[in-house]
Design a protein around this ligand. Structure first.
Ligand code: NAD
Length: 499
Protein backbone atom coordinates (compact mmCIF):
# COMPACT_ATOMS: atom_id res chain seq x y z
CA UNK A 1 0.00 0.00 0.00
CA UNK A 2 1.28 3.47 -0.91
CA UNK A 3 -0.39 6.73 0.00
CA UNK A 4 0.65 9.49 -2.38
CA UNK A 5 1.74 12.80 -0.83
CA UNK A 6 -0.86 15.54 -1.29
CA UNK A 7 -0.22 18.13 -4.02
CA UNK A 8 1.84 21.03 -2.76
CA UNK A 9 3.38 19.12 0.18
CA UNK A 10 7.17 18.59 0.17
CA UNK A 11 7.13 14.98 -1.09
CA UNK A 12 4.35 15.46 -3.65
CA UNK A 13 4.83 14.74 -7.36
CA UNK A 14 3.25 18.10 -8.28
CA UNK A 15 1.77 21.30 -6.98
CA UNK A 16 -0.98 23.50 -8.40
CA UNK A 17 -0.79 27.24 -8.91
CA UNK A 18 -2.73 29.07 -6.18
CA UNK A 19 -4.69 30.84 -8.91
CA UNK A 20 -5.32 29.90 -12.55
CA UNK A 21 -6.17 32.36 -15.30
CA UNK A 22 -7.43 31.44 -18.76
CA UNK A 23 -4.94 29.98 -21.28
CA UNK A 24 -5.21 32.14 -24.39
CA UNK A 25 -2.74 32.58 -27.23
CA UNK A 26 -0.11 30.48 -25.45
CA UNK A 27 -0.10 32.41 -22.17
CA UNK A 28 -2.04 32.93 -18.97
CA UNK A 29 -4.53 35.77 -19.37
CA UNK A 30 -6.56 37.21 -16.47
CA UNK A 31 -10.35 37.18 -16.95
CA UNK A 32 -11.65 40.44 -18.43
CA UNK A 33 -14.08 40.98 -15.55
CA UNK A 34 -11.39 40.07 -12.99
CA UNK A 35 -13.50 37.47 -11.21
CA UNK A 36 -12.39 34.08 -9.83
CA UNK A 37 -14.13 31.18 -8.14
CA UNK A 38 -12.94 28.70 -5.51
CA UNK A 39 -12.02 25.17 -6.51
CA UNK A 40 -12.25 22.52 -3.75
CA UNK A 41 -10.76 19.03 -3.74
CA UNK A 42 -13.41 16.33 -3.28
CA UNK A 43 -10.86 14.43 -1.17
CA UNK A 44 -11.33 16.77 1.82
CA UNK A 45 -13.80 19.39 0.58
CA UNK A 46 -11.16 22.12 1.13
CA UNK A 47 -10.43 24.80 -1.49
CA UNK A 48 -6.96 24.43 -3.00
CA UNK A 49 -6.94 27.00 -5.80
CA UNK A 50 -8.88 29.79 -7.49
CA UNK A 51 -10.01 29.66 -11.09
CA UNK A 52 -10.76 32.46 -13.56
CA UNK A 53 -14.50 32.98 -13.97
CA UNK A 54 -14.64 33.46 -17.73
CA UNK A 55 -17.39 35.28 -19.60
CA UNK A 56 -18.31 36.11 -23.20
CA UNK A 57 -15.47 38.67 -23.33
CA UNK A 58 -12.88 35.98 -22.54
CA UNK A 59 -14.41 33.66 -25.12
CA UNK A 60 -13.97 36.45 -27.72
CA UNK A 61 -10.29 36.84 -26.77
CA UNK A 62 -9.79 33.09 -27.10
CA UNK A 63 -11.55 33.07 -30.47
CA UNK A 64 -9.30 35.91 -31.64
CA UNK A 65 -6.23 33.84 -30.69
CA UNK A 66 -7.64 30.69 -32.29
CA UNK A 67 -8.48 32.51 -35.53
CA UNK A 68 -4.98 33.99 -35.65
CA UNK A 69 -3.43 30.53 -35.24
CA UNK A 70 -5.78 28.37 -37.33
CA UNK A 71 -4.59 29.17 -40.89
CA UNK A 72 -0.93 28.30 -40.26
CA UNK A 73 -1.76 25.23 -38.15
CA UNK A 74 -4.20 24.01 -40.79
CA UNK A 75 -1.48 24.24 -43.43
CA UNK A 76 1.13 22.24 -41.52
CA UNK A 77 1.84 18.83 -42.97
CA UNK A 78 0.23 15.84 -41.33
CA UNK A 79 3.74 14.67 -40.43
CA UNK A 80 4.39 17.91 -38.51
CA UNK A 81 1.13 17.63 -36.62
CA UNK A 82 1.79 13.99 -35.80
CA UNK A 83 5.19 14.94 -34.39
CA UNK A 84 3.56 17.53 -32.10
CA UNK A 85 0.94 15.04 -30.87
CA UNK A 86 3.61 12.42 -30.20
CA UNK A 87 5.71 14.97 -28.30
CA UNK A 88 2.69 15.78 -26.13
CA UNK A 89 2.22 12.05 -25.47
CA UNK A 90 5.91 11.68 -24.55
CA UNK A 91 5.80 14.67 -22.19
CA UNK A 92 2.68 13.28 -20.52
CA UNK A 93 4.24 9.87 -20.14
CA UNK A 94 7.33 11.38 -18.52
CA UNK A 95 5.05 13.18 -16.03
CA UNK A 96 2.46 10.45 -15.56
CA UNK A 97 2.56 10.45 -11.78
CA UNK A 98 2.22 14.23 -11.53
CA UNK A 99 -0.72 14.36 -13.95
CA UNK A 100 -2.43 11.41 -12.27
CA UNK A 101 -2.08 13.09 -8.89
CA UNK A 102 -3.47 16.35 -10.26
CA UNK A 103 -6.48 14.49 -11.67
CA UNK A 104 -7.11 12.57 -8.45
CA UNK A 105 -6.90 15.69 -6.30
CA UNK A 106 -9.15 17.76 -8.53
CA UNK A 107 -11.75 15.06 -9.21
CA UNK A 108 -11.64 12.70 -6.20
CA UNK A 109 -11.12 9.51 -8.23
CA UNK A 110 -8.64 6.88 -6.97
CA UNK A 111 -4.98 7.25 -7.88
CA UNK A 112 -4.88 3.61 -9.04
CA UNK A 113 -7.37 4.55 -11.78
CA UNK A 114 -5.67 7.76 -12.86
CA UNK A 115 -2.24 6.05 -12.90
CA UNK A 116 -3.39 2.89 -14.69
CA UNK A 117 -6.29 4.04 -16.85
CA UNK A 118 -7.24 7.72 -17.26
CA UNK A 119 -3.83 9.18 -18.04
CA UNK A 120 -2.39 6.22 -20.01
CA UNK A 121 -5.58 6.22 -22.13
CA UNK A 122 -5.20 9.95 -22.75
CA UNK A 123 -1.56 9.46 -23.78
CA UNK A 124 -2.53 6.64 -26.12
CA UNK A 125 -5.22 8.83 -27.63
CA UNK A 126 -2.66 11.41 -28.77
CA UNK A 127 -0.50 8.63 -30.23
CA UNK A 128 -3.46 6.99 -31.95
CA UNK A 129 -4.52 10.20 -33.70
CA UNK A 130 -0.91 11.01 -34.60
CA UNK A 131 -0.91 7.68 -36.46
CA UNK A 132 -4.44 8.02 -37.83
CA UNK A 133 -3.79 11.37 -39.49
CA UNK A 134 -0.62 10.00 -41.12
CA UNK A 135 -2.60 7.06 -42.50
CA UNK A 136 -5.54 9.11 -43.77
CA UNK A 137 -5.82 9.29 -47.55
CA UNK A 138 -7.98 11.28 -49.93
CA UNK A 139 -9.61 9.73 -52.96
CA UNK A 140 -9.84 10.17 -56.69
CA UNK A 141 -12.82 9.27 -58.90
CA UNK A 142 -12.38 9.05 -62.65
CA UNK A 143 -15.48 10.72 -64.08
CA UNK A 144 -14.63 10.04 -67.72
CA UNK A 145 -11.59 9.88 -69.97
CA UNK A 146 -10.39 13.44 -69.30
CA UNK A 147 -12.30 14.46 -66.13
CA UNK A 148 -11.26 13.56 -62.62
CA UNK A 149 -12.80 14.31 -59.20
CA UNK A 150 -10.34 14.68 -56.31
CA UNK A 151 -11.52 14.53 -52.70
CA UNK A 152 -9.35 16.35 -50.16
CA UNK A 153 -9.70 16.55 -46.37
CA UNK A 154 -9.59 20.09 -45.01
CA UNK A 155 -9.72 21.24 -41.38
CA UNK A 156 -12.89 23.02 -40.28
CA UNK A 157 -10.92 25.95 -38.84
CA UNK A 158 -11.78 27.04 -35.28
CA UNK A 159 -13.86 24.63 -33.18
CA UNK A 160 -15.43 24.85 -29.73
CA UNK A 161 -15.35 22.08 -27.14
CA UNK A 162 -17.19 21.83 -23.81
CA UNK A 163 -16.53 18.99 -21.39
CA UNK A 164 -17.85 17.54 -18.09
CA UNK A 165 -16.17 16.76 -14.78
CA UNK A 166 -16.14 12.97 -14.58
CA UNK A 167 -12.96 12.29 -16.61
CA UNK A 168 -11.58 15.83 -16.96
CA UNK A 169 -8.29 15.05 -18.70
CA UNK A 170 -9.52 12.09 -20.72
CA UNK A 171 -12.59 13.99 -21.95
CA UNK A 172 -10.39 16.95 -22.92
CA UNK A 173 -7.99 14.69 -24.80
CA UNK A 174 -10.78 12.73 -26.53
CA UNK A 175 -11.74 16.05 -28.07
CA UNK A 176 -8.37 17.76 -28.49
CA UNK A 177 -6.45 14.91 -30.15
CA UNK A 178 -8.67 14.41 -33.25
CA UNK A 179 -9.35 18.15 -33.61
CA UNK A 180 -5.63 18.99 -33.56
CA UNK A 181 -4.65 16.04 -35.76
CA UNK A 182 -7.17 17.25 -38.34
CA UNK A 183 -5.58 20.73 -38.30
CA UNK A 184 -8.08 22.77 -36.30
CA UNK A 185 -7.54 25.40 -33.61
CA UNK A 186 -9.59 24.92 -30.44
CA UNK A 187 -11.32 26.88 -27.70
CA UNK A 188 -12.13 24.48 -24.88
CA UNK A 189 -14.19 25.10 -21.75
CA UNK A 190 -13.58 22.66 -18.87
CA UNK A 191 -16.29 21.88 -16.33
CA UNK A 192 -16.37 24.38 -13.47
CA UNK A 193 -16.16 21.51 -10.95
CA UNK A 194 -12.81 20.15 -12.24
CA UNK A 195 -10.77 22.69 -14.23
CA UNK A 196 -7.47 22.46 -12.31
CA UNK A 197 -5.98 19.23 -13.66
CA UNK A 198 -6.55 20.37 -17.27
CA UNK A 199 -4.88 23.69 -16.46
CA UNK A 200 -1.98 21.84 -14.83
CA UNK A 201 -1.71 19.76 -18.02
CA UNK A 202 -1.74 22.73 -20.37
CA UNK A 203 0.96 24.37 -18.23
CA UNK A 204 3.02 21.22 -18.80
CA UNK A 205 2.49 20.76 -22.55
CA UNK A 206 1.50 24.26 -23.75
CA UNK A 207 4.95 25.08 -25.16
CA UNK A 208 4.71 22.13 -27.58
CA UNK A 209 1.87 23.79 -29.52
CA UNK A 210 1.97 27.00 -31.55
CA UNK A 211 0.39 29.87 -29.59
CA UNK A 212 -3.38 30.02 -30.04
CA UNK A 213 -3.88 26.49 -31.36
CA UNK A 214 -5.34 25.43 -28.00
CA UNK A 215 -7.10 27.98 -25.79
CA UNK A 216 -8.81 27.22 -22.51
CA UNK A 217 -11.47 29.48 -21.02
CA UNK A 218 -12.71 28.54 -17.57
CA UNK A 219 -16.08 29.29 -16.10
CA UNK A 220 -19.68 28.26 -15.73
CA UNK A 221 -22.14 26.88 -18.26
CA UNK A 222 -24.32 29.85 -19.11
CA UNK A 223 -21.60 32.48 -18.53
CA UNK A 224 -18.79 30.88 -20.58
CA UNK A 225 -20.17 27.75 -22.28
CA UNK A 226 -23.17 29.40 -23.92
CA UNK A 227 -21.24 32.23 -25.62
CA UNK A 228 -18.80 29.66 -26.98
CA UNK A 229 -21.48 27.28 -28.30
CA UNK A 230 -23.53 30.18 -29.72
CA UNK A 231 -20.64 31.92 -31.42
CA UNK A 232 -20.81 32.44 -35.19
CA UNK A 233 -17.00 32.32 -35.09
CA UNK A 234 -16.77 28.52 -34.57
CA UNK A 235 -17.23 25.90 -37.27
CA UNK A 236 -18.28 23.08 -34.92
CA UNK A 237 -19.19 22.51 -31.30
CA UNK A 238 -18.29 19.24 -29.57
CA UNK A 239 -20.02 18.71 -26.24
CA UNK A 240 -20.03 16.08 -23.54
CA UNK A 241 -22.45 16.44 -20.65
CA UNK A 242 -26.06 15.99 -19.66
CA UNK A 243 -28.78 15.29 -22.19
CA UNK A 244 -30.71 18.41 -21.09
CA UNK A 245 -27.64 20.58 -21.73
CA UNK A 246 -27.06 18.80 -25.04
CA UNK A 247 -30.48 19.95 -26.24
CA UNK A 248 -29.50 23.56 -25.47
CA UNK A 249 -26.16 23.18 -27.26
CA UNK A 250 -28.00 21.95 -30.35
CA UNK A 251 -30.30 24.97 -30.23
CA UNK A 252 -27.34 27.37 -29.98
CA UNK A 253 -25.52 25.62 -32.84
CA UNK A 254 -28.61 25.67 -35.05
CA UNK A 255 -28.49 29.47 -35.15
CA UNK A 256 -25.19 29.25 -37.01
CA UNK A 257 -25.90 25.96 -38.82
CA UNK A 258 -22.77 24.34 -37.50
CA UNK A 259 -22.37 20.62 -36.79
CA UNK A 260 -22.51 19.21 -33.27
CA UNK A 261 -21.03 16.16 -31.63
CA UNK A 262 -23.02 15.34 -28.52
CA UNK A 263 -21.90 12.73 -25.99
CA UNK A 264 -24.71 12.67 -23.42
CA UNK A 265 -26.19 10.69 -20.56
CA UNK A 266 -26.97 7.02 -20.12
CA UNK A 267 -28.78 4.41 -18.05
CA UNK A 268 -26.92 1.34 -19.18
CA UNK A 269 -28.21 -2.19 -18.64
CA UNK A 270 -25.87 -4.98 -17.52
CA UNK A 271 -27.50 -8.33 -18.33
CA UNK A 272 -26.61 -11.57 -16.58
CA UNK A 273 -28.00 -14.74 -18.23
CA UNK A 274 -28.46 -17.86 -16.12
CA UNK A 275 -25.36 -19.67 -17.40
CA UNK A 276 -23.04 -17.19 -15.67
CA UNK A 277 -23.51 -19.29 -12.52
CA UNK A 278 -23.00 -22.65 -14.25
CA UNK A 279 -19.70 -23.27 -12.48
CA UNK A 280 -17.77 -21.62 -9.68
CA UNK A 281 -14.93 -20.61 -11.97
CA UNK A 282 -13.03 -17.64 -13.40
CA UNK A 283 -15.90 -16.77 -15.72
CA UNK A 284 -18.36 -16.50 -12.83
CA UNK A 285 -15.79 -14.42 -10.99
CA UNK A 286 -15.50 -12.00 -13.95
CA UNK A 287 -19.29 -11.71 -14.16
CA UNK A 288 -19.47 -10.75 -10.46
CA UNK A 289 -16.64 -8.28 -11.05
CA UNK A 290 -18.65 -7.00 -14.01
CA UNK A 291 -21.61 -6.34 -11.70
CA UNK A 292 -19.44 -4.11 -9.45
CA UNK A 293 -18.45 -1.94 -12.43
CA UNK A 294 -21.35 0.37 -11.45
CA UNK A 295 -19.05 1.67 -8.71
CA UNK A 296 -16.06 2.32 -10.97
CA UNK A 297 -15.15 6.01 -10.98
CA UNK A 298 -17.72 6.42 -8.17
CA UNK A 299 -20.45 5.67 -10.74
CA UNK A 300 -19.64 8.94 -12.50
CA UNK A 301 -19.40 7.34 -15.90
CA UNK A 302 -21.83 8.01 -18.73
CA UNK A 303 -21.86 4.24 -19.43
CA UNK A 304 -22.22 3.31 -15.75
CA UNK A 305 -24.00 -0.10 -15.69
CA UNK A 306 -26.60 1.38 -13.39
CA UNK A 307 -29.32 -1.18 -14.20
CA UNK A 308 -28.48 -4.84 -13.53
CA UNK A 309 -30.82 -7.40 -15.15
CA UNK A 310 -30.50 -10.91 -13.73
CA UNK A 311 -32.28 -13.98 -15.13
CA UNK A 312 -35.00 -15.27 -12.78
CA UNK A 313 -33.60 -18.72 -12.09
CA UNK A 314 -30.28 -17.37 -10.73
CA UNK A 315 -31.63 -14.09 -9.37
CA UNK A 316 -31.39 -14.80 -5.61
CA UNK A 317 -28.09 -16.65 -5.74
CA UNK A 318 -26.33 -14.25 -8.13
CA UNK A 319 -27.62 -11.16 -6.39
CA UNK A 320 -26.51 -12.27 -2.93
CA UNK A 321 -23.03 -13.05 -4.30
CA UNK A 322 -23.02 -9.68 -6.10
CA UNK A 323 -23.92 -7.82 -2.90
CA UNK A 324 -21.09 -9.56 -1.01
CA UNK A 325 -18.78 -8.57 -3.85
CA UNK A 326 -20.01 -4.97 -3.71
CA UNK A 327 -19.30 -4.78 0.02
CA UNK A 328 -15.70 -5.81 -0.76
CA UNK A 329 -15.14 -2.79 -3.06
CA UNK A 330 -12.62 -0.81 -1.00
CA UNK A 331 -13.65 2.78 -0.41
CA UNK A 332 -11.06 5.12 0.99
CA UNK A 333 -8.56 7.90 0.56
CA UNK A 334 -8.24 8.46 -3.20
CA UNK A 335 -4.48 8.93 -2.76
CA UNK A 336 -4.11 5.40 -1.39
CA UNK A 337 -3.17 2.89 -4.12
CA UNK A 338 -5.43 0.25 -2.48
CA UNK A 339 -8.55 2.41 -2.83
CA UNK A 340 -11.07 1.26 -5.44
CA UNK A 341 -13.72 3.93 -4.94
CA UNK A 342 -12.98 7.51 -3.94
CA UNK A 343 -14.97 10.73 -3.65
CA UNK A 344 -17.76 12.15 -5.84
CA UNK A 345 -16.54 15.09 -7.90
CA UNK A 346 -18.55 17.79 -6.12
CA UNK A 347 -20.76 18.46 -3.15
CA UNK A 348 -23.70 19.09 -5.51
CA UNK A 349 -23.22 15.65 -7.02
CA UNK A 350 -23.02 14.09 -3.55
CA UNK A 351 -26.33 15.75 -2.64
CA UNK A 352 -27.92 14.64 -5.91
CA UNK A 353 -26.95 11.00 -5.30
CA UNK A 354 -28.22 11.05 -1.70
CA UNK A 355 -31.50 12.54 -2.91
CA UNK A 356 -31.88 9.69 -5.45
CA UNK A 357 -31.25 7.17 -2.67
CA UNK A 358 -34.20 8.72 -0.82
CA UNK A 359 -36.28 8.60 -4.02
CA UNK A 360 -35.47 4.89 -4.36
CA UNK A 361 -36.55 4.18 -0.80
CA UNK A 362 -39.65 6.32 -1.28
CA UNK A 363 -40.78 4.43 -4.38
CA UNK A 364 -40.49 1.08 -2.59
CA UNK A 365 -37.16 -0.26 -3.89
CA UNK A 366 -35.36 -2.62 -1.48
CA UNK A 367 -32.02 -1.29 -0.24
CA UNK A 368 -29.58 -4.24 -0.15
CA UNK A 369 -26.38 -2.43 0.81
CA UNK A 370 -25.00 1.11 1.14
CA UNK A 371 -27.42 4.01 1.00
CA UNK A 372 -25.46 6.49 3.12
CA UNK A 373 -22.84 9.16 2.86
CA UNK A 374 -19.50 7.55 3.83
CA UNK A 375 -17.52 9.20 6.65
CA UNK A 376 -13.86 8.27 6.24
CA UNK A 377 -12.68 10.12 9.36
CA UNK A 378 -10.03 12.80 9.93
CA UNK A 379 -10.05 15.59 7.36
CA UNK A 380 -11.54 13.17 4.80
CA UNK A 381 -14.84 13.65 6.71
CA UNK A 382 -15.29 16.86 4.73
CA UNK A 383 -14.87 14.96 1.43
CA UNK A 384 -17.70 13.91 -0.86
CA UNK A 385 -17.99 10.14 -0.30
CA UNK A 386 -21.03 7.89 -0.89
CA UNK A 387 -21.22 4.17 -0.08
CA UNK A 388 -21.66 1.81 -3.06
CA UNK A 389 -25.40 1.17 -3.06
CA UNK A 390 -27.53 -1.70 -4.42
CA UNK A 391 -31.31 -1.41 -4.81
CA UNK A 392 -33.76 -4.09 -6.01
CA UNK A 393 -36.90 -2.91 -7.76
CA UNK A 394 -38.51 -2.70 -11.18
CA UNK A 395 -37.69 -0.89 -14.40
CA UNK A 396 -40.58 1.56 -14.11
CA UNK A 397 -39.03 3.21 -11.03
CA UNK A 398 -37.26 6.54 -11.32
CA UNK A 399 -34.02 5.00 -10.03
CA UNK A 400 -34.14 2.73 -13.12
CA UNK A 401 -35.03 5.47 -15.58
CA UNK A 402 -33.11 8.58 -14.48
CA UNK A 403 -29.37 9.04 -14.56
CA UNK A 404 -28.05 9.21 -10.96
CA UNK A 405 -24.38 9.39 -11.92
CA UNK A 406 -23.21 7.85 -8.66
CA UNK A 407 -22.27 4.43 -7.23
CA UNK A 408 -25.87 3.21 -7.24
CA UNK A 409 -27.15 0.17 -9.13
CA UNK A 410 -30.81 -0.76 -9.54
CA UNK A 411 -31.39 -4.50 -9.96
CA UNK A 412 -34.33 -6.37 -11.46
CA UNK A 413 -35.03 -9.83 -12.90
CA UNK A 414 -36.06 -11.06 -16.35
CA UNK A 415 -37.75 -14.24 -17.52
CA UNK A 416 -36.13 -15.01 -20.88
CA UNK A 417 -34.08 -13.53 -23.74
CA UNK A 418 -36.97 -11.47 -25.17
CA UNK A 419 -37.81 -10.07 -21.75
CA UNK A 420 -34.16 -9.10 -21.17
CA UNK A 421 -33.96 -7.16 -24.43
CA UNK A 422 -37.33 -5.48 -23.80
CA UNK A 423 -36.27 -4.23 -20.36
CA UNK A 424 -32.78 -3.26 -21.59
CA UNK A 425 -34.27 -1.11 -24.37
CA UNK A 426 -36.99 0.40 -22.17
CA UNK A 427 -35.06 3.64 -21.61
CA UNK A 428 -34.64 7.03 -23.26
CA UNK A 429 -30.92 6.39 -23.41
CA UNK A 430 -28.73 4.19 -25.59
CA UNK A 431 -25.09 4.69 -24.69
CA UNK A 432 -23.64 1.51 -23.18
CA UNK A 433 -24.68 -2.01 -22.18
CA UNK A 434 -23.15 -5.22 -20.84
CA UNK A 435 -24.08 -8.79 -21.71
CA UNK A 436 -22.81 -11.76 -19.72
CA UNK A 437 -23.34 -15.27 -21.08
CA UNK A 438 -21.05 -18.23 -21.71
CA UNK A 439 -23.04 -18.85 -24.89
CA UNK A 440 -21.31 -16.81 -27.58
CA UNK A 441 -24.41 -16.85 -29.82
CA UNK A 442 -26.60 -15.37 -27.05
CA UNK A 443 -24.00 -12.73 -26.23
CA UNK A 444 -23.60 -11.79 -29.90
CA UNK A 445 -27.36 -11.67 -30.58
CA UNK A 446 -28.04 -9.56 -27.49
CA UNK A 447 -25.17 -7.28 -28.47
CA UNK A 448 -26.91 -6.68 -31.79
CA UNK A 449 -30.45 -6.37 -30.35
CA UNK A 450 -29.67 -3.84 -27.62
CA UNK A 451 -30.17 -0.24 -28.76
CA UNK A 452 -26.86 1.22 -27.61
CA UNK A 453 -23.76 2.54 -29.31
CA UNK A 454 -21.36 0.42 -27.24
CA UNK A 455 -22.20 -3.08 -26.00
CA UNK A 456 -19.58 -4.97 -24.04
CA UNK A 457 -20.00 -8.73 -24.03
CA UNK A 458 -18.27 -10.61 -21.20
CA UNK A 459 -16.34 -7.47 -20.23
CA UNK A 460 -17.15 -3.88 -19.28
CA UNK A 461 -15.63 -0.41 -19.15
CA UNK A 462 -12.90 -0.71 -21.75
CA UNK A 463 -12.26 2.41 -23.85
CA UNK A 464 -9.57 1.79 -26.46
CA UNK A 465 -8.85 4.69 -28.79
CA UNK A 466 -9.58 2.59 -31.88
CA UNK A 467 -13.16 1.55 -30.99
CA UNK A 468 -15.94 3.99 -31.95
CA UNK A 469 -17.86 5.35 -28.99
CA UNK A 470 -21.17 7.23 -28.87
CA UNK A 471 -24.86 7.08 -28.18
CA UNK A 472 -28.11 5.90 -29.72
CA UNK A 473 -31.40 7.63 -28.86
CA UNK A 474 -31.04 10.50 -26.36
CA UNK A 475 -27.47 9.56 -25.49
CA UNK A 476 -26.00 11.61 -28.26
CA UNK A 477 -25.16 12.40 -31.84
CA UNK A 478 -21.96 11.36 -33.56
CA UNK A 479 -19.07 9.25 -32.35
CA UNK A 480 -15.76 9.79 -30.59
CA UNK A 481 -12.57 7.74 -30.68
CA UNK A 482 -11.63 5.66 -33.75
CA UNK A 483 -10.20 7.28 -36.88
CA UNK A 484 -13.75 7.93 -38.14
CA UNK A 485 -13.64 10.83 -35.64
CA UNK A 486 -11.38 12.71 -38.04
CA UNK A 487 -14.36 13.09 -40.39
CA UNK A 488 -16.15 15.03 -37.64
CA UNK A 489 -13.34 17.59 -37.60
CA UNK A 490 -12.83 17.94 -41.35
CA UNK A 491 -14.75 18.94 -44.40
CA UNK A 492 -14.39 17.46 -47.85
CA UNK A 493 -13.15 19.59 -50.71
CA UNK A 494 -14.08 18.25 -54.08
CA UNK A 495 -11.99 19.44 -57.00
CA UNK A 496 -13.50 18.40 -60.32
CA UNK A 497 -10.87 18.81 -63.00
CA UNK A 498 -11.22 18.51 -66.73
CA UNK A 499 -7.84 18.03 -68.42
P1 NAD B 1 -23.44 19.32 -17.71
O1 NAD B 1 -24.26 19.21 -18.94
O2 NAD B 1 -24.07 19.92 -16.50
O3 NAD B 1 -22.14 20.16 -17.97
C1 NAD B 1 -21.22 19.78 -18.97
C2 NAD B 1 -20.49 21.02 -19.43
O4 NAD B 1 -21.44 21.87 -20.07
C3 NAD B 1 -19.83 21.84 -18.33
O5 NAD B 1 -18.60 22.33 -18.83
C4 NAD B 1 -20.82 22.97 -18.12
O6 NAD B 1 -20.23 24.14 -17.63
C5 NAD B 1 -21.33 23.18 -19.53
N1 NAD B 1 -22.66 23.80 -19.61
C6 NAD B 1 -23.69 23.70 -18.74
N2 NAD B 1 -24.73 24.43 -19.18
C7 NAD B 1 -24.37 24.98 -20.36
C8 NAD B 1 -25.01 25.84 -21.29
N3 NAD B 1 -26.26 26.28 -21.10
N4 NAD B 1 -24.33 26.21 -22.39
C9 NAD B 1 -23.07 25.76 -22.62
N5 NAD B 1 -22.40 24.99 -21.75
C10 NAD B 1 -23.05 24.58 -20.63
O7 NAD B 1 -22.93 17.85 -17.42
P2 NAD B 1 -22.03 17.38 -16.21
O8 NAD B 1 -22.91 17.30 -15.01
O9 NAD B 1 -20.78 18.18 -16.15
O10 NAD B 1 -21.58 15.93 -16.68
C11 NAD B 1 -22.29 14.80 -16.40
C12 NAD B 1 -23.05 14.35 -17.64
O11 NAD B 1 -22.13 14.10 -18.70
C13 NAD B 1 -23.77 13.05 -17.43
O12 NAD B 1 -25.06 13.17 -17.98
C14 NAD B 1 -22.95 12.05 -18.21
O13 NAD B 1 -23.66 10.93 -18.65
C15 NAD B 1 -22.45 12.87 -19.34
N6 NAD B 1 -21.26 12.27 -19.94
C16 NAD B 1 -21.38 11.70 -21.17
C17 NAD B 1 -20.28 11.10 -21.76
C18 NAD B 1 -20.39 10.46 -23.10
O14 NAD B 1 -19.36 10.20 -23.72
N7 NAD B 1 -21.58 10.21 -23.60
C19 NAD B 1 -19.05 11.10 -21.10
C20 NAD B 1 -18.96 11.70 -19.87
C21 NAD B 1 -20.08 12.30 -19.29
Amino acid sequence: MTVFARPGTPDAAMSFQARYDNWIGGEWVAPVKGQYFENPTPVTGQTFCEIARGTAEDIELALDAAHAAAPAWGKTSVAERAIVLNKIADRMEANLEAIALAETWDNGKPIRETMAADIPLAIDHFRYFAGAIRAQEGSLSEINGDTVAYHFHEPLGVVGQIIPWNFPILMAVWKLAPALAAGNAVVLKPAEQTPASILFLIDLIGDLLPAGVVNIVNGFGVEAGKPLASSPRIKKIAFTGETTTGRLIMQYASQNLIPVTLELGGKSPNIFFSDVLAANDDYQDSALEGFTMFALNQGEVCTCPSRALIQEDIYDEFLSAAVIRTKAVRQGNPLDTETMIGAQASNDQLEKILSYIEIGKGEGATLLTGGERADLGGDLSGGFYVQPTVFAGNNAMRIFQEEIFGPVVSVTSFADYADAIKIANDTLYGLGAGVWSRDGAVAYRAGRDIEAGRVWTNTYHQYPAHAAFGGYKQSGIGRENHRMMLDHYQQTKNLLVSY
